[in-house]
Every structure is written in C-alpha cells, then in structure tokens.
Design a binder for this molecule. Structure first.
Ligand code: APR
Ligand code: PHB
Length: 388
C-alpha cells in the first residue's frame, strides 16, 4: 500500500485533515485503532468558534451543524451564586455555536463514507518508521494480518496517548505540562438546559458548569478530586452537589433525570515542541491538551489541521516547502494563546486546596475586576469566541 499522507488517528483532527486533503486531491489514508462506534461513543465538549464553523462549511460538512446547532451570543459566569453575563455580541459582535464534538465527528465520518476514502478501523500494533529518513512508513495488523503503508508524510492525529509523539526520540522533543489536582465529573441528561446560556460557576464547594447539547439534552459538570471514582456518584448525589454550587434560583429551575452518561475527566495543560520531526507532523490532542474550561480543545485541533492541510497541499500541489517549514512555529503561537486562556479560566473558576483563603479572595477580586472592566470582558469574549 502507498499513499501521500498516512493519517494516524480517526478522531476529529484526523478526519478533518483527511477531508481537506481529499478536497484538494491529495491522497490520504486514515489508520484508527478503535471502531467507528467506539470513536463516536466518546462524549466531549461542544462549543464551536467561528473559525471552526467556517472550516466545517469549507469542508462541506456544515449543513447539519447549521440546522441543529445553537447559536450562543454569550456565557454566564458566577461566583458564589452571583451572576455575570458576558455578552459576546454586544462586546465584540460575535457568537459561538453549541454543537457536540460527537456530531462533528459523525458528520466528518459520513462525508468520508460518501466519497469512499480509505479508513482502516480497528488497526492493532500501529507503528511508524523512518520519519527522519527516506522511507517513511506505517505498519499495523488488521484481523491478525500484518500490513505496511508507505507514504511521504505521517500526520500524528492520534491524541494524547497516541503512538506518534511517543515514537519521537526523547531528546528531540520538549514537553510542558501541568496536571491539575482535580477532574470534572460530567453527566448527560435528556432534559432541557437550565438556562439559555452556559453557566461557568465558581463556588466554595468547587467549580460547576451548566452546558447543553440541544434544547432537550443537557450536559452538567462538577469539579471533583482528580482520583475520584465515578462509582461514588449516584445521580442523586450529583444533582445535590450541582444544585449546592449554583445560584438558588438556577438550582430551583434545574430539571434533573436519569444520567445517560457519567464519567470523570482529568484536567491537564500540555504542549509538545516542536510539532514537526522530518516527515512526521503532530496535530490536535497529540500535540497539546488544554483543560476544558475555555472550550478550546476541538477548536485548537481544527486550527492545527487547517494549517497542516494548507501546508501539505502547498507541498504536494505546488512543490513548495514553505508551509511545512513554518507549520510548527506558526501553530505553536496560537496553541500558547489557547493554553494561557484555558489556564486563566481554570484558575479563576476552580477551588485550589493549596492556595487557601487567600487564593479564594484573589479569585473574588479577579471576578469583581472582570465585572467592572469592559476591556477585561472584551478580552474574555475575544479569547472564547475565537483566538486571532
Ligand atoms: N493508532 C491509531 N489510532 C490511534 C492510536 C494508535 N496508536 N492511538 C490513538 N489513536 C486514535 C484514538 O482512538 C482516537 O480516535 O486517535 C484518535 C485521536 O482522537 P482524539 O483523542 O479525539 O484527538 P483529536 O482528533 O486530536 O481531537 C481533539 O478531542 O480531546 C478532544 O479536546 C479535544 O476536542 C478536542 C479533540
Ligand atoms: C460541554 O458542553 O461539554 C462543555 C462546554 C463548555 C466547556 C466544556 C465542556 O468549556
């Protein structure tokens, strides 16, 4: 087997890269370790920046998003129940779209199926070879049979735990990491959202988030210790804890029900540098992780992949290496902006046991500063709605 671009990983990054290359006539094969159903079973965030909306449109997969997605012109922040509305539309004339990452993935998968592009699912023992040499290639087994895929470029879109970054010699890559001492316990429920806007709430008991997937399906989170076992959380305990962290009127309005999904996700900030090693390029969660507080993960992945697709198209269609040479420094600038914003949102909204009552007062002062400063609100809006 031979292709121009071997894409490792069939999450949103790999699928979008495959789609953009296919549109330009660059040949690519996706190799994914899991089954399509498994990939679609992961529940993740669902806030799309304008740049992501535009990219889905350009990729010809935006129709259902426009039909079913919810336009949001702002978010609410809360501190010990006190509410602060951040109106993106009034502040900077922009909005975001609430549309689940699972649905983005589903739409990209459907497009790939329509065009018959090659995706190898349930590939075992995926390994990448000679990306610093003349014969880059990928080996894997499928149904017990060994295969080799020769290629010009390997795109590492295989997430944080993938094989691509792990295959780079240790002395060739620098990693920057902060693991937060807590996670998010999330519940998906078939009930209308409690409020029109997403609510990001700081409370002495810990952070809480009220989000949604549609007008009839909601997603809620509470901050829990990092090693928390989901088994300790009955639905009843979850709803009680969520209510305790919300403004009383909001808590009163909350519509609860049996959870459809319940899981704990750790919070981490992580960046690898550089993102190119010969003919291997990293994109999406393989390159970086942001804590979900700023809703940046998917958006950052999409902007990596847009830049990578443009660079590869330039290389294969125009024979120019300029784009591939500047890929890593260019995308890292944006990545660090998103890291800063996600870290800031996380720092403001969570409780940090180690910083004590001084830390909580500083967070309160930061919240009050935000409430009193249009410039600070504009900065939040600009970062949330879409990094430049
Ligand atoms: N071989 C093949 N595929 C692999 C391997 C491997 N060794 N290791 C992991 N994968 C697959 C995973 O099964 C997964 O489907 O790579 C895919 C990576 O997908 P994601 O983890 O969703 O990462 P990405 O596509 O970059 O999407 C980024 O995910 O975590 C969120 O916030 C993040 O929204 C952002 C998005
Ligand atoms: C979600 O709906 O799952 C969600 C929304 C916003 C975030 C994180 C998660 O910042």
């Amino acid at each position: 087997m031979r292709t121009q671009v071997a894409i490792i990983g069939g999450g949103p990054s790999g699928l979008m890269l495959g789609r953009l290359l296919e549109q330009a006539g660059v040949d690519a094969v996706i190799i994914e370790r899991k089954s399509p159903d498994y990939v679609l079973g992961r529940i993740r965030a669902g806030v799309l920046e304008q740049g992501t909306i535009d990219l889905l449109d350009a990729a010809g997969v935006g129709a259902r998003m426009h039909e079913e997605g919810l336009i949001h012109t702002g978010v609410d922040l809360a501190f010990d129940g006190e509410m602060l509305n951040i109106n993106f539309d009034k502040l900077i004339g922009k909005h975001v779209m609430v549309y689940g990452q699972t649905e983005v993935t589903r739409d990209l998968m459907a497009a790939r199926q329509r065009t018959g592009s090659k995706t190898i699912y349930e590939a075992d023992d995926v390994a990448i070879h000679d990306f610093d040499g003349a014969r880059p290639r990928v080996t894997f087994t499928k149904d017990g049979v060994s295969h080799m895929l020769e290629c010009d470029v390997i795109a590492g879109c295989d997430g944080y735990h993938g094989v691509c970054r792990a295959s780079v010699p240790e002395n060739a890559v620098t990693t920057f990491e902060r693991v937060y001492p807590f996670g998010w316990l999330g519940v998906l429920v078939e009930q209308p959202p409690v409020a029109e806007e997403l609510i990001y709430a700081h409370h002495a008991r810990g952070f809480a988030l009220c989000s949604m997937r549609s007008n009839t399906r909601s997603r809620y989170y509470v901050q829990v210790p990092g090693d928390e076992d989901v088994k300790n959380w009955s639905d009843e305990r979850f709803w009680d804890e969520l209510r305790a962290r919300l403004n009383p009127a909001i808590a009163e309005a909350l519509k609860t029900g049996p959870s459809i999904e319940k899981s704990v996700a750790p919070l981490r900030s992580f960046v690898a540098e550089p993102l190119r090693f010969g003919s291997l390029f990293l994109a999406g969660d393989a390159a970086h992780i942001v804590p979900p507080t700023g809703a940046k993960g998917l958006n950052l992945a999409m902007s990596d992949v847009k830049a990578l697709a443009e660079a590869l198209i330039e290389r294969f269609l125009e024979g120019s290496a300029a784009g591939v040479d500047s890929y890593s420094p260019t995308v890292l600038q944006r990545i660090w902006k998103a890291e800063r914003f996600s870290w800031w949102m996380t720092s403001l909204l969570h409780t940090f046991p180690e910083t004590g009552n001084f830390g909580r007062r500083i967070q309160r002062a930061e919240f009050d500063y935000l409430g009193g400063s249009v410039a600070a609100q504009q900065s939040l809006a600009e970062n949330y709605v879409g990094l430049p």
